[in-house]
Design a protein around this ligand. Structure first.
Ligand SMILES: Cc1cc2nc3c(=O)[nH]c(=O)nc-3n(C[C@H](O)[C@H](O)[C@H](O)COP(=O)(O)O)c2cc1C
Length: 165
């Protein structure tokens, strides 16, 4: 198995270290290599600045109380908002593939990531903030890891394989 698949973890503690934006572009370039239905490449990305990051985090805390996801958004150096450009049938599957490519390439480069679906809950607020009309699908935090979590539990192949023999 690819070592990036084996070793990737959701990272919820980041160092303060900044990262060259070029590295972020390299990582996003792995995202756009993902397969997509009819090759329609429905993903769009927005790298947000600190001010927006802080506002998103504060809004999450305001609505849901202090939580780890909001803390990650505040402290991580890069937050990428991931959008869906239109409502074609398979777009969410294609965008999921792009996000996974991004997580794995970041792992390959030695950086940590967190896939943040929870941002969907404040989609309307984010829309006001960044003035982008596409559907917000998720966000991805990218930064220098400040923790090395153990592998989270997974069902075994036996448990998920529906074959009877
Ligand atoms: C669609 C999706 C949405 C997620 N949203 C969040 C989130 O909002 N906050 C968070 O802390 N983790 C989020 N995660 C990370 C999962 O909690 C994590 O992948 C899972 O617990 C397994 O841990 P691992 O990634 O370390 O293997 C999300 C993962 C996926 C695939």
């Amino acid at each position: 198995m690819l070592k990036e698949i084996e070793n990737r973890r959701s990272i919820r503690n980041y160092k303060n270290d900044n990262i060259d934006k070029k590295i972020i572009f390299d990582i996003l370039n792995a995202g756009i290599k993902a397969p997509s239905a009819k090759n329609n490449q429905p993903w769009r990305f927005l790298i947000v600045n600190n001010d927006i990051k802080n506002k998103i985090s504060d809004k999450m805390i305001e609505i849901y109380g202090p939580n780890k996801t909001a803390e990650v958004i505040k402290t991580v150096p890069y937050l990428i908002l991931v959008y869906n450009k239109d409502n074609e049938y398979f777009n969410h599957l294609s965008i999921g593939a792009a996000i996974e490519n991004i997580l794995l390439e970041a792992e390959n480069i030695g950086l940590g990531t967190l896939w943040i679906g929870y941002i969907k809950k404040i989609e309307d607020y984010v829309k006001e903030l960044v003035n982008i009309d596409y559907e917000l699908v998720s966000a991805i935090a990218i930064g220098v890891k400040n923790e090395n979590p153990l592998e989270r539990p997974r069902l075994t192949l036996d448990e998920v394989l529906l074959n009877e023999d």
